[in-house]
Structures are given as structure tokens and as C-alpha cells.
Write a protein that binds this ligand. Structure first.
Ligand SMILES: Cc1cc2nc3c(=O)[nH]c(=O)nc-3n(C[C@H](O)[C@H](O)[C@H](O)COP(=O)(O)OP(=O)(O)OC[C@H]3O[C@@H](n4cnc5c(N)ncnc54)[C@H](O)[C@@H]3O)c2cc1C
Length: 401
């Protein structure tokens, strides 16, 4: 139970970090309400993502691990292919850990919201935060519909385009867009695959990832190099049928991307615009406001750690508010100390992985030759993924000031 001085919290954003933050805060004895801009849950929004063992372990603390283990599918290894039927290499997860889970984002959101609701978390939809006023004893949030709410603290779980980040620091950096367009979907075909592997194809013109679901459909994403970054809204203004035609042409000589795209309907194509990540955010908290999840540390989706890092931060923030007086300055400073270095190291790795997705034919041949050495050295499951995925949070341990 809370020995800190925080009793109530406004959590802005009901994506992944939002409901988990609210559940963790409640567990810490702090009353939390979630305010989400969308009018309802995120059905059909987004494509697939992976939840790593460290993310699942953090969900255990808020009692959401079992529900999440009931959706998606376990993925124990990644296999790298060259698009011509050849294998480049294979990466298994670190030994002794449960597998990562491949999930649809909207399903993960739904399950987290259901679990949060069962624990008594109140989620208000259609509440877009537009401003906040800080008082000596409380913070007041202002929403686009003219309403307001107040509490001891305000947590910005409002994603990579965070409004709270701008309220904390008007000079905060903007997201960085890679010159890679991001698409996803589900194809009405089961291409040859092991049921517990994800596959990454270094194709002739683009990168292509997929796994085959138990329902016999293939979940896929494509990262296609582009001469300039394209915001999601601009990409969505182009008809999906046109993007699908471009993708079919770009991957026409890559197996099995060609077959997967041939069996994807334009209506099932998700157009996400350029891959984005956040540069380092200098200020994570000010006064009674603090950031969690993508608002503070958004790695490129190439890291496979976005959702897992969001969940870890949510739980660690709640521990700090439980144990330390705040704000300011104790609890939020302790939270940043626990989280920043780890989250930013993962951002760096994600950015390096984006680089490998645009290697071209010569780089691809080199990669094939070097892969056996790479998987024994800097790409070894233990050295790279071990520290990320073996991380666990001791909820009961008191946080030192
Ligand atoms: C629409 C969408 C689709 C996505 N699709 C994918 C995907 O396909 N693959 C992938 O790997 N990652 C995807 N992501 C990102 C992924 O969910 C995050 O990287 C990660 O899970 C961290 O979650 P988060 O809760 O910090 O941020 P997010 O999941 O981005 O959640 C932030 C939430 O805050 C809400 N919000 C934003 N501004 C305000 C405001 N002013 N007031 C109130 N609420 C606000 C948003 O509507 C959203 O629900 C997507 C995110 C979004 C928002």
C-alpha cells in the first residue's frame, strides 16, 4: 500500500501503457482514471506487434499476464530468409525464458482494457486532452469537449505524438521518421512455416516479416524503402488498392511475400506511413506531470520492444509513486533513474535494426556470409536479447529515494 503522498492520478491515453499504468497505480493504492481521445476501444486499429518475455513478466504484476497469454501465439525463434528460398540464419530467444507472443495490437488493447475494467479501472472515452493547469496542490486537465478533471498527478500515456510531452516541455523533440514505409495485414493463405517461428525476408527491394496463425492465415508486415518520410495521414490518402499494387510489384520476386500479398485484400491492408521512433526526450517530467510508454521512449517497431517497454515503465512509475513523496521531485526522478538508460539503449538497437532493412543486394550477400559469426557474437541471443528479455521487476522491493 502507498507510503508516498500521491492519492489520485489522471492517466491520459488508453492504448497499451494507459490501462497498465492505471492497474499498477491501483495496486499501489492510488486511484487512477484513464482518459482516451478515441470514442471507443481500438478495434481494427494497427497491425501486429510482439510482446517479449520481459513485457509479459511486467504484466504478471498487474494480473494481466494470463489474459494476454490467451491471445496471439508463442514465437520461439526468428528465421531470416533471402527471398529466393535461401536461409540467412536463425535467432532463438534466450534459453529458459517463456516465448515472445505475436499479437494484433487491437486484441492486446481489448484484453488490457477488459482486465483493467474487471479490476475497477474507469476509462472515459472521447476525452482528448488539450491543456493542463498546475496548482500547488493539484493538476487540472482540460479536454477538447470543454470538460476538466483534477488529481494529484497527470500521467502522459498518450503515445508517440504525445500532447503531455509538449505541455511538459514545449521544446521537446518530434518523432523521427525512417525512410521506410510500414504496411501490414493478414493474408488468406498459410505459407509453409513452423507454427512457432516468425520470419524475416531481406527481399530485393524491401523487408518483409510474417508468421502463420493457428487459423491458417498469414499475419505480415512490410517495410519498403522510400525516398522521403511519409506521415500516416498522407499515406492513407492514397487508396489501399494502389498501395497493394505497389507492394505486389516491389515484392514480385521475393518468396513467400509475393504469395502472401497476392492473397491479401485491399480492404485488409493497414497503411501506417513511415516507421517512426522518438529521439531521446530530454525531459520526462515537470511538476505534477510525467510521461510513460511511447510518449517518453518510443523505439522503432523494429526493436520488438515498444509494448514491453511501455508496460515496464507503467509498473515502475507506480512503484515509485507508491514509495516516494511526490511530486516534485522524489517519485518522478526515481522513476526516470530506473527507466531512462534501459529504454534508450533499446531505442538505439531498434534504429540499428532499421539500418539492416535497407542493405541492398551487396549487403544482403555479406549478411548471409557473416550471419553465423554474428549469431555467435553481437547478435547472440544471450548477449543482445538476454539483458532485454531477462529483466524482471521486483514489485515488493521498496524504491530508494
Ligand atoms: C493507432 C495506433 C496503431 C498502432 N499500431 C501499431 C502496430 O501496428 N504495431 C506496433 O508495433 N505498434 C503500433 N502502435 C504503437 C504501439 O501501440 C506502441 O508502440 C506501444 O504499444 C506503446 O504504447 P503506448 O500506450 O505508450 O502508446 P499508444 O499505443 O500509441 O497509445 C497512446 C494512446 O493515447 C491516445 N491519445 C493520444 N493523444 C491523446 C490525447 N491528447 N488525449 C487523450 N488520449 C490521447 C491515443 O489515442 C492512444 O490510444 C500503434 C499505436 C497507435 C496509437
Amino acid at each position: 500500500m502507498s507510503t508516498g503522498t500521491t492519492r489520485t492520478a489522471l492517466v491520459i491515453g488508453g492504448g497499451i501503457a494507459g490501462p497498465v499504468t492505471a492497474m499498477a497505480l491501483r495496486k499501489a493504492g492510488i486511484e487512477a482514471t484513464v482518459y482516451e481521445a478515441y470514442p471507443g476501444t481500438a478495434d481494427g486499429v494497427g497491425v501486429t506487434l510482439t510482446l517479449a518475455p520481459n513485457g509479459l513478466d511486467a504484466l504478471r504484476i498487474v494480473g494481466a499476464d494470463e489474459a494476454v497469454s490467451g491471445i496471439g501465439q508463442p514465437l520461439v525463434r526468428s528465421e531470416m530468409l533471402d527471398g529466393r528460398g535461401g536461409r540467412i540464419g536463425e535467432l532463438a530467444g534466450p534459453a529458459g525464458l517463456p516465448p515472445s507472443r505475436g499479437l494484433w495490437r487491437d486484441e492486446l488493447c481489448r484484453v488490457l482494457h477488459e482486465t483493467a475494467a474487471a479490476q475497477g479501472v474507469d476509462v472515459r472515452y472521447g476525452k482528448r486532452l488539450v491543456g493542463a493547469e498546475e496548482h500547488p496542490d493539484r493538476i487540472v486537465a482540460r479536454f477538447a469537449d470543454g470538460t476538466a478533471a483534477e488529481a494529484d498527478v497527470l500521467v502522459g500515456a498518450d503515445g508517440i505524438r504525445s500532447t503531455v510531452r509538449g505541455l511538459i516541455d514545449p521544446d521537446a523533440p518530434e518523432p523521427l521518421a525512417a525512410r521506410l514505409l510500414n504496411f501490414g495485414g493478414a493474408a488468406d493463405i498459410a505459407v509453409p512455416a513452423r507454427p512457432d517461428s516468425s520470419y524475416f525476408v531481406f527481399g530485393r527491394r524491401g523487408f518483409f516479416g510474417y508468421w502463420v496463425q493457428p487459423d491458417g492465415r498469414t499475419a505480415w508486415f512490410a517495410n519498403l524503402p522510400h525516398d522521403r518520410p511519409v506521415p500516416a495521414a498522407e499515406a492513407r490518402a492514397v487508396p489501399a488498392s494502389e498501395w497493394l499494387a505497389r507492394l505486389r510489384e516491389a515484392y514480385a520476386r521475393d518468396e513467400p511475400a509475393r504469395d502472401v500479398l497476392a492473397r491479401t485484400d485491399a480492404g485488409a491492408l493497414v497503411v501506417l506511413g513511415s516507421l517512426e521512433s522518438m529521439p531521446k526526450v530530454p525531459t520526462w517530467h515537470r511538476g505534477r506531470m510525467v510521461l510513460v510508454g511511447d510518449a517518453a521512449h518510443a523505439p522503432s517497431s523494429s526493436s520488438g520492444q515498444g509494448a514491453s517497454q511501455a508496460v515496464e515503465s507503467a509498473v515502475q512509475l507506480a512503484r515509485c509513486l507508491r514509495d516516494l513523496p511526490g511530486p516534485p521531485p522524489g517519485a518522478f526522478a526515481a522513476y526516470e533513474r530506473l527507466r531512462r538508460a534501459r529504454a534508450e539503449k533499446i531505442i538505439d538497437r531498434g534504429n540499428r535494426t532499421n539500418g539492416s532493412k535497407t542493405v541492398g543486394p551487396v549487403g544482403r550477400t555479406m549478411m548471409k556470409l557473416m550471419m553465423p559469426v554474428m549469431t555467435r557474437t553481437f547478435l547472440s541471443p544471450e548477449r543482445t536479447l538476454g539483458p532485454e528479455q531477462r529483466y524482471t521487476i521486483d514489485w515488493d522491493a521498496p524504491v530508494a529515494a
